[in-house]
Design a protein around this ligand. Structure first.
Ligand SMILES: NC(=O)c1ccc[n+]([C@@H]2O[C@H](COP(=O)([O-])OP(=O)(O)OC[C@H]3O[C@@H](n4cnc5c(N)ncnc54)[C@H](O)[C@@H]3O)[C@@H](O)[C@H]2O)c1
Ligand SMILES: CC(C)[C@H](C(=O)O)[C@@H](O)C(=O)O
Ligand SMILES: [Mg+2]
Length: 357
């Protein structure tokens, strides 16, 4: 029995994972999908965003299909009880350090992108984001009172950006190997002109590059990368970067594809156990209205089939079905343009199911 944990979470999480789970079950009826609460939904039920039973289920499953967590109503809880701790906790507990965020423009969506069609048409880039280190997890962090200097007596918030050599080396290897399978161009994004963490990152990238002479390594500062992503995104092939820069750049790249509702992701650990989720959040502003685009989650399910289960043919079947519904002109509100047909979340799911062939 191959078990998949389905963790829907909050906001649009339930709506989008319902559609992705239907698609997954249709292409792979042998999979056993088991649901568990996570995020704010789990806090409401069990007083914790990542209950032990949910973590156990995730760890015992072949892969995890994840929706999204978070809602403004939990923003005043102590940090360790906020919904976002569930996804951060899963990444950390399962060692899911390698996050793949492919930004691919489906030709049918060239009009939906906020950039001119000629800038984005044919776009196919891969952002590889380190996911278990950096300022997200660095200690110490907290709020203290400043003792001296111009701000003495003030409360001061602080976080620590750090990366160990091993953490950089292992994400570098993943990125070079991914680049080898594509156009053999890897751009490492950092802020080495200012940050020690980034200088070490760059030094290790250069060192690891020696083992991959067929891959062309370049470096770019993150501010420039943010600019180049909207100026000439097709100049990139694979981007590798740290946790916080990758978070920001992947949302930016999402818009190149027409909508954040189109960007899937895979988060893998050393044994290719994986968590699959859209790159977007729980979108509380449109939750419960059948408006959310489920395609990023459906495409995440395709990545699950490919990366955790090695089922390339089924993954392609799902991706082809997504291309078909876009070709048919069906659009959720976020990717709608004149002359196309506006549909809701569940209708989009129905259409993908019908297109599976
Ligand atoms: N991995 C995760 O679970 C995850 C990721 C990002 C944000 N969050 C959380 O989500 C909550 C909302 O955060 P936010 O508003 O900054 O980001 P968000 O990604 O949830 O939403 C940003 C904007 O994009 C729209 N959007 C997002 N997904 C969409 C979809 N599938 N279809 C159509 N439109 C979509 C939303 O309506 C909103 O206008 C916060 O609590 C945040 O912490 C969770
Ligand atoms: C919800 C939040 C913790 C998360 C992150 O910052 O990693 C999200 O923005 C993402 O991109 O998956
Ligand atoms: Mg993010």
């Amino acid at each position: 029995m191959t078990q998949i944990a389905v963790l829907a979470g909050d906001g649009i999480g339930q709506e989008i994972t319902t559609q992705a789970a239907r698609v997954l079950q249709a292409v792979a009826p042998d999979l056993t999908l088991v649901e568990a609460p996570v995020g704010g939904a789990a806090y409401d039920l069990h007083g914790h965003p990542l209950p032990q039973e949910t973590l156990d289920l995730a760890q015992q499953s072949a892969a995890i299909l994840f929706g999204a967590v978070g809602d403004w109503k939990y923003d005043n809880l102590p940090r360790e009880l906020r919904p976002e701790q569930a996804i951060l906790g899963l990444r950390k507990a399962m060692g899911l350090f390698a996050n793949f965020r492919p930004a691919i423009l489906y030709p049918q969506l060239a009009q939906a992108s906020s950039l001119k069609p000629e800038i984005v048409s044919g776009l196919d880039i891969l952002i590889i984001r380190e996911l278990t280190g950096d300022i997200y997890f660095g200690q110490p962090r907290g709020v203290r009172v400043v003792e001296e200097g111009p701000f003495a007596g003030d409360k001061q918030g602080f976080d620590t950006m750090l990366y160990a050599e091993t953490e950089i080396r292992r994400i570098a290897k993943v990125a070079f190997e991914a680049a080898q399978k594509r156009n053999k161009k890897l751009c490492s994004v950092d802020k080495a002109n200012v940050l020690e963490t980034s200088q070490l990152w760059r030094d290790i990238m250069i060192e690891v590059a020696k083992d991959y002479p067929d891959v062309e390594l370049s470096h770019m500062y993150v501010d420039n990368a943010a600019m180049q992503l909207v100026r000439a995104p097709k100049a990139f092939d694979v981007i590798v970067t740290g946790n916080i820069f990758g978070d920001i750049l992947s949302d930016e790249a999402a818009m190149l594809t027409g909508s954040i509702g189109m960007l899937p992701s895979a988060s893998l650990n050393a044994s290719n156990q994986g968590l699959y989720e859209p790159s977007h959040g729980s979108a509380p502003d449109i939750a419960g209205q059948n408006k959310a685009n489920p395609l990023a989650t459906i495409l995440s399910a395709a990545m699950l089939l490919r990366y955790s289960l090695g089922r390339e043919a089924q993954a392609l079947q799902v991706e082809q079905a997504v291309a078909t519904v876009l070709e048919q002109g069906l659009r959720t509100a976020d990717i709608y343009s004149e002359g196309t047909q506006l549909v809701g979340t569940s209708e989009m799911g129905d259409a993908v199911l019908n297109a599976l062939g």
